[in-house]
Design a protein around this ligand. Structure first.
Ligand SMILES: [Cu+2]
Length: 275
């Protein structure tokens, strides 16, 4: 029977749940059996996660309360037990309560909701500005203050090195310093794409002819992955976003290396042009 075939899956799922394995969250990328958000790597994602938990608790309490009322009514006020229905139509206290309490609940949700919204749109002073441009089907990154531009293209399965996640690894990842405010300008060349990085709490449409902005401050070093999140055509699933968060020194080294290779390319072009 199908259900028994699936038993091992249920059992291992339960075992993971019981163990409270960190695999349930995922660090910088999705993980098997993940049921929660990826671990937050920015203050905004910390805020999103706690807002989500807060609202989930409220929803759960309301759902249980309504279910309890329904069961209560079905058990104690069914036709068998109550052949003569009550003729009560108004109860002022009850009516005030079921109006005021939901209003208070909504206000309690609105306050942290707006606080989060303002935090997302309150751009700090930029330590670094990068531009992400979506094209069918890859991202181009630009560091306008450093004159660096490069395309970031998916690595095919056959070319993956050990430890590199499938469908998320790119040839040149976006490199940013840790604990620095990075402003990301997002745009598109052809159709609408979407620059999304779950552990940073970012999901922003890349719209042709329009410059959108978001920001993040990564608080840990490491690799953080995302994917284009707007259906953009045949290879929509194959234009991942990979961000390498590094220390200040590593970032300075990387910048220097990029600049020297860029000037070498320029020199090469000049040399070729002169031939
Ligand atoms: Cu896309």
């Amino acid at each position: 029977m199908a259900i028994f075939n699936r038993m091992p899956m249920f059992v291992s799922g339960a075992a993971i749940l019981a163990a409270g394995s960190p695999a349930l969250a995922g660090e910088g990328q999705p993980s098997p059996w993940q049921i929660t958000f990826q671990n937050a790597a920015t203050p905004i994602m910390v805020q999103i996660t706690s807002f989500h938990t807060f609202v989930t608790v409220i929803i759960t309490v309301i759902a249980l309360f309504v279910m309890g009322l329904l069961i209560y009514v079905m058990v104690y006020f069914n036709e068998k037990r109550h052949p003569q229905p009550s003729r009560t139509t108004h109860n002022t206290i009850l009516e005030v309560a079921w109006t005021v309490i939901p209003v208070l609940i909504l206000v309690a949700i609105a306050i942290p909701s707006f606080r989060l919204l303002f935090a997302q749109y309150d751009f700090p002073k930029a330590d670094l500005t990068v531009t992400a441009t979506g094209s069918q089907w890859y991202w181009t990154y630009e560091y306008p203050d450093h004159g660096i531009t490069f395309a970031s293209i998916i690595v095919q399965d056959a070319d993956l090195k050990p430890g590199q996640p499938r469908l998320l690894t790119v040839d040149h990842e976006l490199v940013v310093p840790v604990n620095k405010n990075v402003i990301v300008q997002v745009k598109a060349n052809d159709v609408i794409h979407d620059w999304a990085v779950p552990s940073f709490g970012i999901k922003l449409d890349a719209v042709p002819g329009r410059l959108q902005r978001t920001w993040f401050r990564a608080e840990r070093t490491g690799m953080f992955y995302g994917q284009c999140s707007e259906l953009c055509g045949r290879n929509h699933a194959f234009m991942p976003i990979a961000i390498h968060v590094v220390s200040d020194e590593e970032f300075a080294d990387w910048l220097a290396k990029q600049k020297s290779s860029a000037s070498r390319d320029e020199a090469g072009k000049v040399a070729t042009a002169e031939k």
